[in-house]
Write a protein that binds this ligand. Sequence first.
Ligand SMILES: NC(=O)c1ccc[n+]([C@@H]2O[C@H](COP(=O)([O-])OP(=O)(O)OC[C@H]3O[C@@H](n4cnc5c(N)ncnc54)[C@H](OP(=O)(O)O)[C@@H]3O)[C@@H](O)[C@H]2O)c1
Length: 278
Amino acid sequence: MRTEDVVASKIGHPPHTTTTAAATKSCASALSPGRYAGGGTGFIGTALTQLLKARGHEVMLVSRKPGPDRITWDELDTSGLPHCDAAVNLAGENILNPIRRWNESFQKEVLNSRLETTQILARAINKAPQPPQAWVLVTGVGVVLGREGGAIRHMLLPFRLGLGGPIGPGHQFFPWIHIRDLAGILAHAVEASHVQGVLNGVAPASATTNAEFAKAFGAALGRPAFIPLPSMVVQAVFGRERAIMLLEGQKVVPRRTLATGYQYSFPELGAALKEVVA
Ligand SMILES: NC(=O)c1ccc[n+]([C@@H]2O[C@H](COP(=O)([O-])OP(=O)(O)OC[C@H]3O[C@@H](n4cnc5c(N)ncnc54)[C@H](OP(=O)(O)O)[C@@H]3O)[C@@H](O)[C@H]2O)c1
């Protein structure tokens, strides 16, 4: 399983990696006007928007649909990027959408939704008379814990009913992060001028196995969590290739994230899960 990464690079020095999030030179002022968040209407984007607004930023979203305080990708491509201090791209078709078959057309959609939005943003930044100082991109597969979306939304009902348990073998690593910390790391990448390169968006205690995660989730809800979800069921729902994301894990440590000075609100799994289910 790949984790949630934040990649940061300075303007003029493109991200040296193609992983998940990229921030060019980050903004210094917390009160500077106009930030743009592509895909800001989603689970992570909403949390980031709330955090940035609470810190005094103005936020303008880029979306496929027109609406108040937002522009569309087409408008961005044709009219260019209005003055802003940072651009954050969180757009992307949900790779683990259980109602979509993992066929060629869906794979293209998943890829293109990220590539095309990133290309439009990159073009707009290149053409902007005053380019933003920071550029942050997010991608990857990890588990982001929050009440409003992500994996927890799908897991909550079976676990509340006492029907939850480990996925497949259960010994695979299950990197996780609380949504408030992921938004916090993104805001940190945008605001702190020294942040550059790839940051792993996982909690410091994220060397958790899936079975440990299931046990902690059950404990947070006061329910048993012993009933395993067989690998064959996961493969049947998601397809063999996508199921790998859930059935195989990776131990990920946020060494650089901590080294840049980010301080976690939810470093421990138990407290993070209690907040999510409260
Ligand atoms: N949530 C997680 O647990 C998690 C974990 C790891 C990585 N990530 C990555 O983080 C990013 C944001 O995640 P999220 O949970 O906030 O996702 P989300 O709630 O599904 O929101 C993603 C946003 O992307 C836009 N979008 C969706 N399909 C699109 C398409 N085909 N073309 C262009 N735009 C499209 C939508 O905005 P509009 O409808 O306004 O256009 C949507 O609000 C994604 O790249 C995701 O892969 C998320």
